[in-house]
Design a binder for this molecule. Structure first.
Ligand SMILES: [Cu+2]
Length: 83
């Protein structure tokens, strides 16, 4: 199955890292993540939007793997699982 690539502004990538903070009110998760080769990102700590994630399922210190879409340095997590 192939997805049409028309109008696909956002890139999808996956990464793993450690949860540094969860903000349930803002619906964001801050993660210290490893390098993301697909996007040529170095390892860093950044805050991702997570509007569709069950934030009760993650907490500070969790080791996670996650998928996200990015538009520049603006990332939105679409899926997150514990390692
Ligand atoms: Cu980053």
């Amino acid at each position: 199955m192939s997805m049409p690539e028309t109008a696909q502004a956002a890139a999808t990538a996956s990464a793993s890292g450690t949860v540094e903070a969860v903000d349930a009110a803002a619906k964001t998760i801050t993660i210290a993540h490893g390098p993301v080769e697909a996007l040529k990102w170095p390892a860093m700590t950044m805050t991702f939007k997570a509007p569709d994630v069950d934030l009760a399922s993650v907490k500070q210190g969790d080791q996670v793997e996650f998928e996200f879409t990015s538009s520049g340095m603006d990332g939105t997590i679409t899926k997150i699982t514990h390692k």
